[in-house]
Write a protein that binds this ligand. Structure first.
Ligand code: NAD
Ligand code: DAU
Length: 345
């Protein structure tokens, strides 16, 4: 794989994966990214220009996609609208990018017989009860809850169909919640760290009992690289690193690591349809492909992540105000919706 096309490579996980590729391979990397509100060219700062090229454009642009795919040995597809809260307020871009964009890429890799790896999420499986001993496996039935996760589920099914019907050489991976550097400040962990750095109170949705299965983004990258090299065509691999923790404990840990009182946060109204618990069984990836995560200590990973946001204010400060303004307007809309519902009942 001499030339790898990375879609969404200016986003959180994509940019970390590009950095991983530069360190662990000799590939030339082409990033295709629309630089939406979530994409940031500064996440690629400092990378060697003779190995990384940024092409600004959309995965829904068929002729651009065709040209870039025809020049590549492999495509790793991260580009997506990725935030659940946004999908509850305006699902349209999620359908456009996550479903139509994936279709455009599939048609191009089919035409040019290019190896494809599709990045997806554990959220396609819905959620688990808190006391359920079960974890998601590659045979768990799809049961997505939000507009975001339903569009990711749709894109996964397209990939599976293109493998079966057209012989496209593709693998899929469904990963749990990532954290680490370059994550947009709309997401839980960086939102709370940057609130604290700005002297604002962190915001916890509902009871805080919801459980996420946290994985450091570098472990996600190493798993994807392993699947790209050694994965079985048509297979789905679940990626997770035994990082189950509830939101309240994660928040209290962040507060303590930042020298604050563990109770110094604000409870805010819950996310509608909020998934209760995600948990991944990644044993096939460990046993069959020999993948071993390197960052399983969540408190240690949170500590280095806090350090990164503390030292990289210039990266996140320009995003912070508009993100919090978007949260405020989403909350206003939700309140108006609730008043309307009471009015019509
Ligand atoms: P992100 O929102 O940080 O980045 C998404 C990137 O895609 C941005 O750079 C954005 O500009 C780009 N993009 C959006 N629409 C595009 C379009 N039409 N054409 C080209 N580029 C476009 O997202 P992320 O958290 O890095 O997630 C990356 C992928 O990983 C997504 O597919 C997501 O579903 C999946 N995933 C994320 C997590 C997580 O915890 N963040 C976990 C599992 C899977
Ligand atoms: O599970 C994988 C998924 O993880 C990915 O597919 C998504 O792209 C990614 O955004 C993430 O989805 P979540 O909805 O789980 O992540 P988020 O960071 O938005 O929220 C994590 C948890 O924290 C969730 O239970 C909601 C809660 N939360 C979130 C925010 C932003 C809060 O309590 N307060 C907040 O301010």
């Amino acid at each position: 794989m001499k030339r790898i096309l990375v879609t969404g490579g200016a986003g959180f996980i994509g940019a970390n994966f590009v950095r991983y590729l530069l360190e662990h391979s000799s590939a030339q990397v082409v990033v295709l990214d629309a630089l939406t509100y979530a994409g940031n060219r500064e996440s690629l700062n400092g990378l060697p220009e003779d190995r990384v090229e940024l092409c600004i454009g959309s995965i829904t642009d068929a002729s651009l996609v065709d040209r870039l795919v025809s020049d590549s040995d492999a495509v790793v597809h991260f580009a997506a609208e990725s935030h659940n809260d946004n999908s509850l307020h305006d699902p349209a871009p999620f359908l456009e990018t996550n479903i139509l964009g994936t279709y455009m890429l599939l048609e191009a890799v089919r035409l040019h017989n290019v190896r494809f790896h599709h990045i997806s999420t554990d959220e396609v499986y819905g959620d688990l009860e808190l006391d359920d001993p079960a974890r998601f496996t590659e045979t768990t039935p799809y049961n997505p809850s939000s507009p975001y996760s339903s569009t990711k589920a749709a894109s996964d099914l397209l990939v599976r169909a293109w493998v079966r019907s057209f012989g496209v050489r593709a693998t899929l991976s469904n990963c749990s919640n990532n954290y680490g550097p370059y994550q947009h400040v709309e997401k839980f962990i960086p939102r709370q760290i940057t609130n604290i750095l700005n002297g604002e109170k962190p915001k916890l949705y509902g009871s805080g009992n919801n459980v996420r299965d946290w994985i450091h983004v570098d472990d996600h990258s190493s798993a994807v690289w392993r699947i790209l090299q050694h994965g079985q065509m048509g297979r789905t691999y679940l990626i997770g690193a035994n990082g189950e923790e509830n939101n309240r404990v994660v928040l209290e840990t962040i507060l303590e690591l930042m020298g604050k009182n563990a109770n110094d946060y604000e409870k805010v109204p819950d996310r509608p349809g909020h998934d209760l618990r995600y948990a991944i069984d990644a044993s096939p990836l460990r046993v069959e492909l020999g993948w071993v995560p390197q960052h399983e200590d969540l408190a240690q990973g949170l500590s280095t992540t806090i350090q990164w946001y503390t030292e990289n204010r210039a990266w996140w400060e320009p995003l912070k105000q508009q993100t919090e303004a978007r949260y405020e307007s989403q909350e206003r809309d939700r309140k108006l919706e609730a008043v309307k519902t009471v009015g019509t009942a």
